[in-house]
Design a protein around this ligand. Structure first.
Ligand SMILES: N[C@@H](CCC(=O)N[C@@H](CS)C(=O)NCC(=O)O)C(=O)O
Length: 243
């Protein structure tokens, strides 16, 4: 059962769903290790993989073709988006932020989860998963949105306003969204900023977003991100290499 967390609802068609109740009771036993259904280039799956790695959770991963989803994924999740995490007790987590919570929240010895619960960080997450993602898709894939009234460049500019400028202000005063150390929000937002930066890299390099660029470049070269981009075979479940 899912519910929209108070204060995090957005526009009706883009409401961000956060699971706030226990996961559905398992009907069958799950795999020996937590099993992540993932897609290497999906930003939601990247954030989940980084959280699992950061928390040093052993897991196995199945690389999914989004055009030909495996029956094992469809059997677990009717919406069948990636990432999906199946736990050894058989329960299933279908939202990337919930997978991050499972990985990081308990124990939270280094505070990666608790710092992400600060209102300013929840606000950034909402912007990222809501308006920013909306405008990013319409800038990056204009052919998919033929009936749009706004031009792709207008979407690009809105994406800048809704996320990247506030992000620049935050990162100007602290190196990470967690402050002096990173938190789950850094991991959640970074793959989407990476996507935005990659649409027109030369143009992105000219923007007055020095702090965002240096934060992004730091993550792109980090052992955590490089480990999360490990290439999986097309078939089967593979034990994901830890950091
Ligand atoms: N709200 C979901 C969104 C996940 C999502 O949309 N993933 C994309 C891939 S990046 C997907 O699986 N799309 C379904 C499809 O293409 O069929 C989450 O946070 O996990």
């Amino acid at each position: 059962m899912t519910a929209t967390t108070s204060g995090l609802s957005h526009r009706a068609n883009l409401a961000i769903q956060f699971t706030v109740t226990p996961h559905p009771p398992p009907t069958t036993r799950g795999p020996d290790l937590p099993r992540l259904y993932t897609f290497r280039r999906c930003p939601y799956a990247m954030r989940a993989r980084m959280a699992l790695l950061q928390a040093e959770r052993a897991f196995e991963a199945v690389e999914v073709s989004l055009r030909d989803k495996p029956a094992s994924l469809l059997a677990l999740s009717s919406k069948a988006t990636v990432p999906v995490l199946q736990l050894p007790d058989g329960s299933v987590i279908e939202e990337s932020w919930d997978i991050m919570r499972w990985a990081l929240a308990a124990p939270d010895a280094q505070g990666w989860w608790s710092r992400a619960q600060l209102p300013a960080n929840l606000d950034l997450l909402q912007r990222n998963d809501g308006d920013f993602k909306h405008h990013l898709d319409r800038w990056k894939y204009p052919q998919r949105y033929a009936n749009e009234t706004l031009t792709p460049d207008a979407h690009r500019d809105s994406a800048l306003e809704v996320l990247l400028k506030p992000l620049e202000a935050r990162l100007h005063s602290a190196p990470w969204l967690g402050g002096a150390t990173p938190c789950a929000t850094d991991l959640a937002v970074m793959p989407f900023v990476r996507q935005f930066a990659a649409v027109e890299p030369e143009w992105f390099a000219t923007l007055d977003l020095q702090s965002v660029r240096s934060w992004l470049n730091g993550w792109l070269g980090s052992p955590l991100f490089l480990a999360c981009m490990h290439k999986l075979p097309a078939e089967g479940a593979t034990r994901f290499p830890l950091l």
